[in-house]
Design a protein around this ligand. Structure first.
Ligand code: ADP
Ligand code: MG
Length: 343
């Protein structure tokens, strides 16, 4: 009989990486969320070969002090929550303290940062190391750059699951778009193989927000959509919903954010589908970019590691609010419709 042994930290991280790091797009999601959590106002993303060869995210956020750099790469190390109370009302995108540890265990990762109030930048590099990495001086303006090279170089089984460069880049670009929609105030630049793919300036006015939605979802969506803005019992819903004539054969233009976090949720999907029920043909899918704002205390985001699902304390109320707001908006643009009969 074999004896029980503790896994080495690296192996433990690689096992955890199996859950959160599926492909370059999952890495980009984690890196961008960290930049946003750090208060970045501008994020530059450089990628090569679909992100497999290189993923580099540079931000102008608060940065990480030199003593914390090795910790940032350790598992269960986070600056975002301290106790159960914090967990119950997380306002940041990350909180598990797992992403950098996981990513660094399956790639060659360099973390460079100049923290707010420090006059020097520092860097740590990891490559198959069990020990705490060395902290070296570096040149970097205030903010952080995370460079991830050769994803899955040491886990060939995972690498085999990667698709073509084009497919991987497609997934990655989709993640950037989602996050760009979640934060109009932040500038995003995305490059692939040295070519600029997306350049989004900060959008502060409604006009600029519309322009960003147009850049991300295509100008036709903005032109053929209704503007939503409704509030009831502490819930606010705003954004854009496509006219029934601007439906799609696939559910590929559907963005729903809860307190700035993109989610895919059955309850939400059902409410939207119901609202469109009478105006869409079978097999067609509505298009929308919607933002729901609620008190963080009434929504639980700690449901799943990839965090696509949420749990509302009062799901029924949220469902009714979504359904009635969208139903009303869609009905109002149809001449001769009596909305009140239906609600
Ligand atoms: P989490 O985001 O769940 O805390 P991560 O592994 O993603 O865990 O990051 C660990 C810690 O490293 C974060 O809590 C944060 O303090 C720091 N960090 C990571 N990326 C950045 C960044 N771009 N700017 C500032 N701090 C960062
Ligand atoms: Mg994180």
């Amino acid at each position: 009989m074999s004896r029980i042994q503790l896994l080495s930290p690296r192996l433990a991280n690689q096992i955890a990486a199996g859950e959160v790091v599926e492909r370059p797009a999952s890495v980009i999601k984690e890196l961008l969320e960290n930049s946003l959590d750090a208060g970045a106002s501008r994020i530059d993303i450089d990628t090569e070969q679909g992100g497999v060869k290189l993923l580099r995210v540079r931000d102008d956020g608060r940065g990480i002090v030199s003593d914390d750099l090795p910790l940032a790469l350790s598992r269960h190390a986070t600056s975002k929550i301290r106790d159960l109370d914090d967990l119950e009302r997380v306002a940041t995108l990350g909180f598990r303290g797992e992403a950098l540890a996981s990513v660094s265990s399956v790639s060659r990762l360099t973390l460079t940062s100049c923290a707010e109030g420090e006059d020097q930048a520092w860097q740590v590099e990891t490559e198959g190391r069990e020990m705490s990495p060395n902290v070296q001086p570096a040149a970097h303006p205030r903010g952080t750059t995370v460079e991830v090279r050769d994803l899955f170089f040491n886990t060939p089984a995972r690498r085999k699951f990667l698709r073509t460069e084009k497919t991987e880049f497609g997934h990655l670009e989709e993640v950037v778009k989602r996050l760009a929609l979640s934060r109009f105030d932040v500038a995003f630049n995305l490059r692939h193989n040295g070519r600029s793919v997306l350049g989004l300036r900060p959008a502060h006015t409604e006009q600029e927000a519309r322009r960003r939605v147009g850049s991300v979802c295509g100008p036709a969506f903005v032109e053929q959509s209704l503007t939503i803005d409704a509030e009831r019992s502490g819930l606010r819903l705003w954004g854009w919903v496509g006219l029934p004539t601007f439906s799609r054969s696939q559910a590929d233009l559907q963005y729903f954010f809860v307190n700035g976090r993109m989610i895919k949720d059955k309850l939400v999907a059902h409410a939207v589908r119901q609202a469109y029920r009478d105006v869409l043909f079978n097999g067609r899918h509505p298009t929308f970019v919607l933002f729901l704002e609620v008190d963080p205390a009434v929504v639980d985001v700690n449901v799943h590691p990839t965090k696509h699902e949420v749990r509302f304390r009062d799901g029924r109320m949220v469902h009714d609010f979504l359904f009635s707001t969208l139903y009303r908006a869609l009905a109002e643009q149809r001449p001769g419709e009596r909305v009140d009969d239906q609600l």
